[in-house]
Design a binder for this molecule. Structure first.
Ligand code: GAL
Length: 689
């Protein structure tokens, strides 16, 4: 678990978001602060893309405007999250250092004109980034308005140019030691790929045919480590300048996945995330919960910060889908319930022009006389009423979960390598699907790294992890032997950390623990489904994958039904259970569809003795989350359904100050946050419309 110097504790929940005053004349800044106060905003993130305004020519700095912004915000009681602007070097930088522009795999060097255009390994970029971070730290590092440092923005530009090549070789030498070992790990006795000199090793640039998968995976690992070095340099410069404000950088979910978040989190004072929902409707609510649980887990269960979410619309395929104020409130509470110290947005004021003119803002184009601004005023009031939630408990996690899901960015990257047995394998979909199933059935969930201590959990899910190292295997074995349940999806453990298939049958390193041996893979075509017969129950259905499983000690709990697309697998084992020591290792050999996955995980939770957030049944599409604080426990009830519900139990709603002892009505699309002593004595019932 990451250990940080201190925990990110604030006396209130933060509310606000990205603020780009440089896009507006100073008169607007004064009006902005008035409106921020009106809405209850208490935090503004500035400087994210301000490099060209702060350093208009190399070594010439202009801080007067930012001084004024700091003073204006501070006078209004608004705290500052100060970003270092290093995600977007100014145009003069390209002219002075053309070699510090990133190169794509196709060899094309990019130019300025957008953002995120930098070669992270280029010495000129790194020293310019340190220099601007140092100037900012010297000037503002002890400003009373400063709440936190926001280093860079969404690290993630991959570079395949000459500086990356040199840094990649150094990284490979550290990882593999000798060229001989690199040749072994990359399996280069194949297609004449053997390297005889380090100088010949390149980033995985465009090549004639299928690239080497281990080369590609090592490059993803390297790129994450290289960006982490860049982050550390800025953090250390900030510290050396005497600033003690907590340092973060904003991770990005759900698809921008260029960082190995476990090692990054260990370097931060507080973990933060930008989370943009990519679906509307119920799946969007599940997605918010997923992002929140992941981010809390990255930070070891400690308080974290939602740095950005969209304000008035979500980017979904083909359009910007409107977000209602009620949804904005429920989504914000979903993050806070799961440990965020507030709800920050992209962004304060919708831009007048530019590439993000239509991304919305707390102050929309229509201005403050608008339904959405009034919604944000209500959100500000709601967050202010939850101040007592912000103080973390003296001991123990913010959210107690009996169930954990294994997450590893490397699992995602490994599943993106070329020429796997099915191009429909989707790491992110598998993990999100597992989380969604638990979310739907009201279980609190943590995420864990492979190899992490699992002793706190009754049930650990591994929704596919193609490459598994020895430490992860030992962790899983220890968990099961000492009485835990482990459930494994297919395409897990088939390879080692170098993507070498473990010989003798799949799932390779997990064979003994799962008590099965898989001899043949039968990936399914688009639209094909397999049905799994269970004793005395409706069959389960699966997609994407099936395989020939022979039990080797495991008990068969479901077989492939002839009714589906099982072909000659009909009658063979499809799901198994293996008692090992005091625990049980479960295996399912297909990717279960949503409803089936929900049934399977519910049964696993029962077998493992995992308890949901509330013991009684909770109506469909009503989310309940418990967050612990120094002031007791808080039960968040988020009603995503179209019906009102009645919440009854020993506690008082902080949003309305109404007691729930005799039943509290929570309207359709509404929410309540109840101070309580624990999970006992609560019930939630649907009411007629
Ligand atoms: C984020 C980014 C912001 C802004 C926003 C637009 O990922 O950090 O700067 O671009 O997306 O939705």
């Amino acid at each position: 678990m990451p250990s940080r110097a201190r925990r990110f504790s604030t006396s209130r929940l933060l509310f606000g978001g990205d603020y780009n005053p440089e896009q507006w004349p100073p008169e607007v800044w004064v009006r902005d602060v008035e409106l921020m106060r009106r809405a209850g905003v208490n935090a503004a993130t500035i400087g994210v893309f301000s490099w060209a305004e702060l350093e208009p020519q190399e070594g010439e700095y202009e801080f007067d405007w930012m001084d004024r912004v700091f003073e204006t915000l501070h006078a209004g009681g608004i705290g500052v999250v100060l970003a270092t602007p290093t995600a977007s070097p100014p145009p003069w930088f390209t002219r002075a250092h053309p070699d510090a522009m990133p190169v794509g795999p196709d060899g094309v060097r990019l130019s300025h004109g957008s953002r995120d255009t930098y070669a992270v390994s280029a010495p000129a970029y790194r020293s310019a980034a340190r220099a601007i971070a140092q100037r900012l730290a010297e000037r503002y590092g002890n400003h009373p308005a400063l709440l936190a440092w926001h280093v860079h923005n969404e690290y993630g530009t991959l570079d395949f140019g000459e500086h990356a090549a040199a840094a990649f070789r150094r990284w490979l030498q550290r990882r593999h030691g000798t060229l001989e070992e690199l040749n072994r790990a990359w399996y280069t006795a194949f297609w004449s790929q053997r390297y005889s000199s380090w100088e010949d090793v390149l980033p995985p640039r465009a090549t004639q045919y299928i690239p080497n998968p281990t080369h590609a995976l090592d490059f993803r690992r390297f790129s994450s480590d290289e960006m982490l070095d860049a982050l550390r340099e800025q953090r250390d410069v900030i510290r050396a300048a005497g600033s003690t404000a907590p340092v973060t950088t904003n991770f990005m979910l759900p698809t921008w996945n260029h960082l190995e978040q476990w090692s990054w989190s260990a370097e931060l004072d507080v973990v933060s995330v930008d989370h943009y929902l990519d679906t509307v409707g119920p799946d969007g609510e599940a997605h918010a919960a997923y992002g929140a649980d992941l981010t809390r887990s990255f930070g070891g269960g400690e308080p974290w910060l939602l740095m950005e979410q969209s304000s008035t619309s979500s980017t979904v395929p083909g359009r910007r889908a409107h977000k209602s104020p009620e949804r904005v409130l429920r989504n914000s509470l979903s993050y806070v319930a799961r440990g965020s110290q507030g709800a920050l947005f992209f962004q304060w004021r919708a831009p007048a022009a530019g590439a993000e003119a239509w991304h919305g803002g707390i102050v929309p184009h229509a201005g403050e006389d608008s339904r959405s601004f009034r919604g944000f005023e209500r959100l500000g009031a709601a967050l202010a009423s939850l101040a007592e939630v912000a103080e973390p408990p003296a001991r123990g996690p913010l959210v107690e979960a009996d169930v954990a899901i294994v997450w590893h960015a490397e699992g995602w990257w490994a599943t993106e390598t070329a020429q796997l047995p099915s191009d429909r394998l989707d790491y992110s979909a598998a993990v999100r699907g597992a989380h969604r199933a638990l979310w739907q059935t009201g279980f609190a969930v943590d995420f864990v790294a492979p190899g992490a201590d699992l002793s706190r959990y009754r049930l650990v899910l591994v929704p596919s992890l193609f490459a598994v190292d020895e430490a992860a295997v030992r962790g899983f074995e220890e968990h099961v032997r000492s009485g835990g349940h482990l459930a494994v999806w297919p395409f897990t453990g088939y390879a080692d950390e170098h993507l070498h298939v473990v010989p003798g049958g799949y799932p390779g390193r997990l064979r003994d623990l799962l008590g099965v041996r898989v001899e043949e893979l039968h990936p399914l075509a688009d639209g094909e489904r397999v049905l799994l017969s269970l004793d005395g129950g409706e069959p389960l259905s699966g997609r994407v994958w099936s395989e020939l499983v022979s039990p080797e000690g495991a008990e068969v709990v479901a077989t492939y039904s002839p009714a589906g697309a099982a072909g000659d697998l009909a009658g063979e084992a499809a799901a198994t259970r293996h008692r090992v020591g005091a625990g049980t290792a479960h295996y399912v050999s297909t990717f279960l569809e949503e409803e089936s996955l929900r049934r399977w995980t519910t049964s696993l939770c029962e077998q493992a003795g995992a308890r949901p957030v509330l013991d009684g049944a909770v109506p469909e599409r009503v989310e309940v989350v418990r967050r612990r604080s120094a002031n007791g426990e808080h039960l968040f009830v988020l009603n995503h359904s179209e019906l009102p519900v009645r919440v009854t139990g020993p506690g008082t709603d902080l949003l309305t100050s109404v007691s729930a002892e005799r039943g509290l009505r929570v309207e359709a699309s509404g929410a309540a946050v109840l101070r309580t002593a624990g999970r006992e004595g609560w019930s939630v019932q649907a009411l007629p419309a």
